[in-house]
Design a binder for this molecule. Structure first.
Ligand code: AKG
Ligand code: FE2
Length: 339
């Protein structure tokens, strides 16, 4: 087994779990999509997470400190043009509203329940107020099938988006390693383009007739080292120990970076893997773009940067094994490798 695509193929969508819903015509939230009100659901409080200027000479310290205290921060001066992020969003919208996508009735699922349309585009929708799709690798073959006359532009934008996100991820990773005092020798894969496991996930949260009865994405942690996210409209909530749920304020041009499970393991639990969710806040359709950054699937992940005498809290695990554990049981994956 060598790629994440192959790992996901082992956990296909259970078709019986699909509950179709036409978000375009719905006037109330059906029971199938109603979500129990939970703590902080209606909170409009912004969390004061750090915003870091990537041109600041102290970037490594600022990023490391933010990872340690919050597990999430925003970055500005990141060199990804805003118009590219807008184009990715427009491409996502076009894909989701294409006749092909609609005709397939691509409906409800949750993380482990994904419809695979082709080897490289994974489409899913769930009992959340959400639809979206994940691109792993090149979208070319599948997009050619979807829009025989029109696929090239979509592919160029997605490939460009993935490339720029990966460059930014490499910069952030270098800073994190510096902060954790982990030798780059330990991460030989880092920096060679196309070697890391990456995925570009395009999320859409349709306008909801009753926002307090639905949820965009249920609480979860990401199965990545970290995730880079673009949001223009609010809705992303983070859970902070001792504070509770709070919204991450959209800042024009900024990208949100959150720690995922793999960096939590690598940092020996020094960095929290951030629990987050999406709530329906504004009376508009909301899009977001998430870029998941992880080492190659066969990379052996160990807690690193331990100080003298410190014991590792997690056993060594390959990325592929961890992804498989998470796909099987979202809640128990981390505990299952705890020493
Ligand atoms: O849409 C968002 O703000 C969050 C998306 C997210 O958490 C994810 O795709 O894993
Ligand atoms: Fe997430």
């Amino acid at each position: 087994m060598s790629t994440l695509s192959e790992v996901y193929t082992q956990y296909p969508l259970k078709v019986d779990d699909i509950i179709p819903l036409d978000f375009d015509s719905v006037v109330t939230v059906p029971d199938s999509h109603a979500w129990p009100i939970s703590d902080g659901f209606e909170s409009n409080d912004w969390l004061s997470i750090p915003t870091i200027d990537l041109k600041d000479p102290d970037t490594a310290k600022l990023i490391g400190h933010a990872c340690e205290t919050w597990g999430v921060f925003q970055v500005v001066n990141h060199d990804i043009p805003l118009n590219l992020l807008d184009e990715v969003e427009a491409g996502s919208s076009a894909f989701l509203s294409s006749d092909y996508t609609k005709a397939q009735g691509l409906k409800v699922s949750w993380w482990s329940h994904r419809i695979r349309l082709s080897s490289n585009i994974v489409v899913f929708q769930q009992v959340m107020w959400h639809e979206g799709f994940t691109i792993i690798g090149s979208p070319l073959d599948h997009a050619r099938e979807l829009w025989p006359n029109d696929y090239q532009k979509f592919c160029d934008i997605m490939v460009d988006g993935q490339k720029k996100m990966e460059e930014l991820a490499i910069t952030i990773m270098h800073n994190i390693l510096e902060y954790l005092a982990v030798s780059e020798e330990e991460m030989k894969w880092l920096g060679s383009p196309g070697v890391a496991s990456t995925a570009l996930q395009l999320n859409s949260y349709p306008l909801c007739p009753d926002p307090n009865r639905a949820i965009g994405l249920a609480p979860h942690t990401d199965t990545s080292l970290f995730t880079i996210l673009h949001q223009r409209i609010s809705g992303l909530q983070i859970f902070k120990e001792g504070v509770g749920w709070g919204l991450v304020q959209p800042v024009t041009g900024a990208l949100v970076v959150n720690v995922g499970d793999l960096l939590h393991i690598l940092s020996n639990a020094r960095f929290p893997s951030v629990v987050h969710r999406v709530v329906m806040k504004e009376a508009k359709q909301r899009f977001s773009v998430a870029f998941f950054y992880s080492p190659p699937a066969d990379f052996n992940l160990d807690p690193l940067g331990l100080s003298f005498g410190q014991i590792p809290l997690y056993r060594s695990v390959t990325v592929a094994e961890y992804v498989g554990r998470k796909a099987k049981d979202l809640e128990k994956a981390l505990a299952s490798i705890r020493i």
